[in-house]
Design a protein around this ligand. Sequence first.
Ligand code: ACO
Length: 126
Amino acid sequence: MTEQEPPGLLTIRTIAMPSDLNYEGDVFGGWLLSQMDLAGGIAARWRAKGRVATVAIEAMQFHTPIRMGDEVSCYCTEVKVGRTSLTFRVEAWVRRRDGGAQEKATHGTFTFVAIGPDGRPRPVCP
Ligand SMILES: CC(=O)SCCNC(=O)CCNC(=O)[C@H](O)C(C)(C)COP(=O)(O)OP(=O)(O)OC[C@H]1O[C@@H](n2cnc3c(N)ncnc32)[C@H](O)[C@@H]1OP(=O)(O)O
């Protein structure tokens, strides 16, 4: 069987460490959310060619738990570019520590705003 290819651009790949776990031994949802926010922020910064800030996170869904030592990869797909905002779908995929194929763990929609030197929204090149 061929491995399903995640959609979008690989932006972050990391390993779930002991300090990222909740008291049940699974990865804390907030840690995963922050990785996805970082990944989307990188993609948005590339697209906006400069500083961005997260303005909204919506439609988060957690499909499967992540455990210590699992490899976590975040893939970003551009959904929409407005006048000053950029929306990306971010998917987190997990490969278990003992190998095997990646599976989708979580996805969400992240919106960023391009920020100018004055800290206010600035237009993005179409
Ligand atoms: C609170 C925290 O520390 S969270 C961590 C990091 N994030 C931040 O610090 C951001 C804090 N927020 C801010 O500084 C401000 O809200 C800013 C600078 C991002 C935006 O300022 P605003 O005055 O709200 O900007 P404005 O109303 O002009 O909207 C800018 C764009 O964002 C979009 N936008 C604003 N709110 C939302 C939202 N909830 N969902 C989706 N898009 C939104 C607007 O539609 C607009 O897009 P467009 O120009 O492409 O049409």
